[in-house]
Write a protein that binds this ligand. Sequence first.
Ligand code: F6P
Length: 550
Amino acid sequence: MSTNPSFPSPASLAALTERAEAARTAGIRQLFASDSNRFAEFSAGGAGLLLDYSKTAIDAETRSALFDLARARQVEEKRDAMFSGARINVTENRSVLHMALRAEPADGYRADGDPVSAEVMGVLTAMSNFATKVRNGEILGSDGDLITDVVNIGIGGSDLGPVMATLALAPYHDGPRTHFVSNVDGAHMADTLKGLEPKTTLFVIASKTFTTIETMTNAATARRWIVATLGEAAVGAHFAAVSTALDKVDAFGIGSERTFGFWEWVGGRYSIWSAIGLPLMLAIGPEDFRAFLAGAREIDQHFKTAPLEENLPVLLGLVGYWHRALMGHPTRAIIPYDQRLARFPAYLQQLDMESNGKRVGLDGEAVPISGPVVWGEPGTNGQHAFFQLIHQGTDVIPVEFLIGANADEGADMAVHQDLLLANCLAQSEALMKGRTLEEARQQLLDAGRAPEDAERIAPHRVFPGNRPSITILYSKLDPATLGALIALYEHRVFVEAQLFGINAFDQWGVELGKELANNLVPVVTGEASAEGRDGSTRGLVAAIQSMRNH
Ligand code: F6P
């Protein structure tokens, strides 16, 4: 509950707190027992996605209080403000308009009253021309060789989206091989370059600010690698750049015809739709990239127009808020039963935690609670690793399952998808239903165990059940579906931010570490003393220096 007068707690929040208290004891199983129509009532669809949130403790009354809360927190008004181009990112004084990157010109997005479509389309066309020419061999390396490998150098939002999406859309990948270097750890660059040849490699330097130390360090190393073999004159043919800081790109030596801009109204973690998507476009081609944008646009239209009761991002946001703020679950697990979404949890970690991991609200006053820890791995692998804790540990972890009804693999591999689907359904069923002590005991007796054995072992085989999960089902992971999935989660983060009362679009929390790292470099190299730092840092610096000298 908020004690902040500028962010008062509406009556619906008090009602929801009581509902959560009751839900803790009543559980989810009995909701299915008392309502044979529960799935139909607690699922919704749009843009090719089906969201099943029936396996949560939300009943009709709770849901209606959640909608009241959404109205009290002005989710619709704030959504409309975002879409109108108002500067809702108040701490950076910026509009939030990544939706304009996937729009049709007729959608009419404006930043500060000025239409943005012409500029957006201009960059999209320039990227498409460049990607087409690299893919068909019209653009070659400095010695006239075909570009066989693209290395994207970027970090955070300039890396996670393209990495995730390129893997997700592997069946559509018919362009050059793509590689991604993000970590300033030289191992990342060294291991990537090992199998590559300078004359057939194109580097894309992706950085919104073009100042990020990791990216600039890796870019300088890549430049030396090219120059060492092909000479200084080859740089122009082996680099392209994506940035909002066009002057800095120019200073690096990358020509304007290979520089693709975007705008300050595109947040880093919302930038996959911009020129930051260039490596994805090089991999899958401009046409599939546009299908990816179109899928996201479908969710934008849905988010803007669907009533709250049927609105997927709103529902997903309310379920998320219910679990985090009202049921008090500190984490959420994202489990794609889709190997090609292996990096989706990592992508959502930035999207969600960099957006909603904030301790103060829009007015700078403390908020009682902010976003959860987001984590996950693909199923079925997760089942053989951490699912033990999800089923029987002492913490409740709401799980978000994602799965396609169909796979890309042919009929001879159909059994794989059947097993994948069965496992996904089995996990959500097991989490919800659990297994009672009596059932566990009886199973052991039925299996021929002696009664005293059955008594001793049965408690270990009890699953408490009533553990919440949601399932997002789609037909197949194609470009449009991936676009829709990402946009769904983007807007979910927005909805939750309104409920928490925070600004989802800044990221001041990453600054302090950056500042300290910069002034620790001379300490690590021995050019400056560690004197005056805390005892632990001094001790570690001394140990590092002694290990480096041996
Ligand atoms: O880690 C902070 C951050 O600013 C992210 O928000 C961003 O995605 C990332 O760094 C990379 O920034 P840039 O694209 O400017 O190099």
